[in-house]
Design a protein around this ligand. Structure first.
Ligand code: COA
Length: 319
């Protein structure tokens, strides 16, 4: 029997305030028609006072632990993916740990922007298979609204806030994470970045992006890493029950699915409701599809994401 990291629970959290494209059009020179046609986005949730990356992450973790029927004190590893931590340090993972009442476990953040959840999942998977942990919370959580330039219509309409979490448990058997693949290419730092930071400007900075160039790289890299991870898991496209992609743009989802020969009905889409929630988007979409009954025990699921850096990655899991 093989020891694997099995996804035994999922959870998610969204800020209370839901903002439509029409509401955004009152703040910047844009329109519902433009945003829907170019991105598929209709709504996003925006964090209000008291809603932070760590508070959303904690709510998502609590729900994931509830569905897994696992006590917080059983958790021995928390990996939190975010580009918008509550503070420069300590790691938001330790804030989640404290809020969950866990006195001692491994807890750290991972920074790979929109691919952060895939990076965090892969690290937790390795730690579980090597015996360093048995029960892990893997979280993607963001409050991107706080690093958006609300005067820049080319970026501010695209992002939203939220959190998603999974509980991983070490189990012998055929279910669980079958393969992961991760990549980065720092030559493209300048296409999607934040123009600030503790060691440069001493400010937090705002998101800057060359959207059309990001789009082109995204489709190529995502199709390639999905083929790679399917090969590693020794499965083919037709074996896949569901793809849970990073939710950046409906046109990227369509183009990637077409390139892989995947029917659109197998792709979980939430970008219309949540916009791009960066590291939160994959676990948020996964949780919704598990809760509404589309993704069931035994299904073969592919997760994928691409983000600033560039970083990109994919994972094949039997649920
Ligand atoms: N409302 C109205 N018009 C807008 C607009 C907005 N919110 N944002 C840009 N425009 C305008 C531009 O100013 C431009 O006008 P011009 O032709 O007069 O100069 C026009 O729309 C086309 O802009 P362009 O950037 O070429 O559009 P696009 O078809 O490439 O779509 C994105 C823009 C951002 C939606 C698209 O490039 C994209 O989704 N890229 C990937 C982004 C992404 O996924 N990033 C995260 C990865 S993790």
């Amino acid at each position: 029997m093989t020891l694997r990291a099995r996804i035994v629970g999922t959870g998610s959290a969204l800020p209370k305030n839901r903002v439509s494209n029409d509401e955004l059009a009152k703040r910047v020179d844009t329109s519902d028609e433009w945003i829907v046609a170019r991105t598929g986005i209709r709504f996003r949730h925006i964090a209000g006072d008291g809603e932070t990356t760590a508070s959303l992450a904690t709510e998502a973790c609590r729900k994931a632990l509830d569905t897994a029927k696992i006590a917080a004190t059983d958790v021995d590893l928390i990996v939190l993916a975010t580009a918008t931590p509550d503070q420069t340090f300590p790691a938001s993972a330790t804030k989640v740990q404290a809020a969950l009442g866990i006195d001692d476990c491994i807890a750290f953040d991972v920074a790979a922007v929109c691919s952060g959840f895939l990076y965090a999942l892969s690290v937790a998977d390795s730690m579980i298979r090597s015996g360093s942990a048995r029960t892990a919370l893997v979280v993607g959580a963001e409050t991107f609204s706080r690093i958006l330039d609300w005067e820049d219509r080319t970026t501010c309409v695209l992002f939203g806030d939220g959190a998603g979490a999974v509980v991983l448990r070490a189990e012998e058997g055929d279910s669980g994470i079958l393969a992961t693949a991760l990549h980065a290419d720092g030559r493209h730092n300048g296409l999607l970045y934040v123009d600030g930071g503790p060691s440069t400007t001493g400010t937090v900075g705002k998101v800057r992006m060359k959207g059309s160039e990001v789009f082109r790289h995204a489709v190529t890299n995502l199709a390639s890493v999905m083929n790679e991870v399917l090969d590693r898991a020794n499965v083919v496209t037709s074996d896949v029950d569901w793809v849970v992609p990073h939710q950046a743009n409906a046109r990227i989802l369509d183009a990637t699915a077409r390139k892989l020969g995947l029917p659109a009905e197998k792709v979980i889409v939430t970008v219309d409701q949540h916009a791009n929630t960066s590291a939160a988007s994959v676990p948020l979409a996964l949780d919704l599809a598990v809760r509404d009954g589309r993704i069931k025990a035994g299904d073969l699921v592919v997760l994928e994401a691409m983000g600033g850096g560039f970083t990109w990655g994919a994972c094949v899991a039997r649920i």
